[in-house]
Design a protein around this ligand. Sequence first.
Ligand code: ADP
Length: 556
Amino acid sequence: MAKRIFRNIVLTAILTVLLAAAVIVPSLYTAHENRMSSALRQEAGIIADALELAEDDPAYLKQLDTESRISLISADGTVLFDSVADAAQMENHANRPEFVQALESGSGESTRASETLAKTTIYYALRMENGLVLRISDTRSSMLGTFMKVLPMIVGMLLCVVLIAFLIARQTARRIVKPINELNLDNPLENDAYDELAPLLTRMERQHTQIHQHVKALENARAELAAIMDNMREGMILLDKNSTILSMNESAARIFGVSGRDQIGRNLLSVSRDADLHDLAAAALHGDGGNLTMNRNNRHYRIYASPVMQQDKVRGVVLLVLDVTERFAAEESRREFTANVSHELKTPLTSISGFAEIIHDGIAQPQDVQHFAGMICKESARLIALVNDILELSQLDEKQNLGQKEKVALLTMLRDLTNDFAIPAQKKNLALTLSGDEAEVEGYPTLLREMFFNLIDNAIKYTPDGGEISVSIENTGKQIVCTVSDNGIGIPKEHQPHVFERFYRVDKSHSRVTGGTGLGLAIVKHVAHIHNALVDLASVEGEGTNVQLVWRMQLN
Ligand code: ADP
């Protein structure tokens, strides 16, 4: 700003000075010229008169003390006398304009530039009465010479102007800039600046309001997006085309064990060094979406990479991270289940087909046929029990054919069940008791019966002769607890976490003897889950087992 003001002032000043010089120098020059020529005229008249008095003796001219050059020229142009040069050496002056004029009209005047151009000589010729021409000349500065004379003055003036311009420019710039620098940009209209700034301040206020509105809209949109992203269970990472992280939600940060905010602006490498993940992101950056499965902290994740396209160009990549641990586990257990089912079905079938083949081929002794037929019956019963349990479990898995939910009186149901188990209990000389108050739960009666059947059946199976089995109900109003406890063989500690798994048996041979399928407790767990009941198993090897089902009442 200061520079521009300075330049403008200097330019104006220079122009002014030059213009002034252009006007003043010629008028000065002309005035001076006029003065000189009139002085020459006067001097010529005086000298001519004096010369006449001296009877036209050129010697008279010699003694004159004057700065002008005096020449006396005869009518034919011959120089008779010259105060500066030797007259005899001088050329004929017949064609000099002032001389020609003087001969014609009595006086003549002419001006000629000297060799240096800086000087001009003014000639004045006067024809005297005796016919001779008296010529007086004087040399003075030419226009250029005059200009050259005033040039130092002009330069001096210009230097002064430059200095003054510099000071004025600095001062003016300060006065213009200071209020601008001190503007309160947050509230433009509250500024008390000079009037010329008012339109600018009004525009700034308008833009300020617009920017404020845009920023607010953007912030709202970003907050909305962040809220959506952060509340997603799925992890989401947004990368630009250099694999730099633009955005990362809370779930993704948790899955990769990093702080989401710190990762913004960093490369994907800072989140994971998994080569497959980087290959996946790189492929997406080339436009090929894909997915992969990754294990982290004992959990399984499926990562989907999709390119972000804009005007047919890949601008970045979205990585979506899904936790598929449960699905993975379900698939795994389904695979295991299928393998186990095949195996479990094969064992009784092999026995049945073996005994049947012996009888069919007539190899069996007649007295053994009954025994073999009995074995076939036993294995068939086992097979049926197994198939029933498998069907039951698959229905529970699919939540199919569960029937209608209704109020189930647990004590009544357990009384029926214990009555049904009276004979098997008697066979092993077991004391089977039932105690407690009536309690109602909402549920599927068949399933609940099946669940308690399995628990009492297990208690009878795994309690040696003469043992005790007690079934009880406790209803506190806050919760209902059904307990099936025995003082049987118990379950070793290391097996306890697994007994609810399908086909898991602590002692395979014992379970086979007792006709167990290994699915009883799996069904119990499933039915309890469907009825929002908790299963709690406590067992001590050699002392007995206690299984509790707990219904927590929902208090309004
Ligand atoms: P099973 O048909 O073999 O009894 P379950 O799923 O009912 O299968 O039980 C799984 C395993 O847990 C059994 O094989 C047995 O070893 C153990 N078990 C279940 N209940 C009892 C109990 N009351 N006392 C001792 N062991 C038990």
